[in-house]
Design a protein around this ligand. Sequence first.
Ligand code: ADP
Ligand code: MG
Length: 224
Amino acid sequence: MAKDPKVISICNSKGGVGKSVVTMMVATAIAEQKNKKVLILDCDSQASVLAMYEQEVEYYPDDTPLIEVEALSPRRVNTFLKRFGGDYDVIFIDIPRMTDKKADNPTVMLLYNCDGILVPVIGSGVDAIATQEFLEIIEECKTYKAEMEENFVCHGFINRRNLRKSNEETETELRQAGLKMFSTSLSDLRIFTTPSVFQSPLATAEGLRRFEPFYKEFCRKFKL
Ligand SMILES: Nc1ncnc2c1ncn2[C@@H]1O[C@H](COP(=O)(O)OP(=O)(O)O)[C@@H](O)[C@H]1O
Ligand SMILES: [Mg+2]
């Protein structure tokens, strides 16, 4: 029988924190560097990952993308994973911004399919508060996973470390709230404005310098 894929979500209840773009970058790097079959399930009704993917594929019709992307409503993810999960080594779930945090919300339920969650955080007071609310959802997920005796790891990282002071304050606050923070972070990266599904971010000088340390920590923490 096919092996279960590793299911990971880079998520936060907030929008605009880099969930989709970091997912694409990490997914392509893993596919290329580790020769793994990687899928992104785009569960955001705005389908930003799918849109970027399709635009690129249209642009370079003769090339083969490093990853696959599939748009799927949150309600259908469970069935999809049961049926097709075994075809992949790693599946990323890109989730939409959450407006309704009730535990029965299908978006929240997506997290229960994950073996690992990485929470991007922008260093500001507002983001720290929103992330702390999100951590309550993750706590429930952790409890469920423990009851089911399923593996589950959760970490956070600071995205776009630029305003040093607020980043450090946010990081300290979240650590105190129980979120294990990555020792690496991501700065404001030029390569992130044009994510490609044909090229690993590590194929660029900026990617090697500023993305690779984060990528390596990602692979260590999520055992890839
Ligand atoms: N580290 C970064 N460097 C440069 N731009 C970034 C970075 N992280 C996110 N962005 C940009 O911020 C915007 C929002 O990111 P996105 O991944 O769409 O957020 P989300 O999925 O959380 O709503 C995008 O235009 C993206 O390219
Ligand atoms: Mg998004």
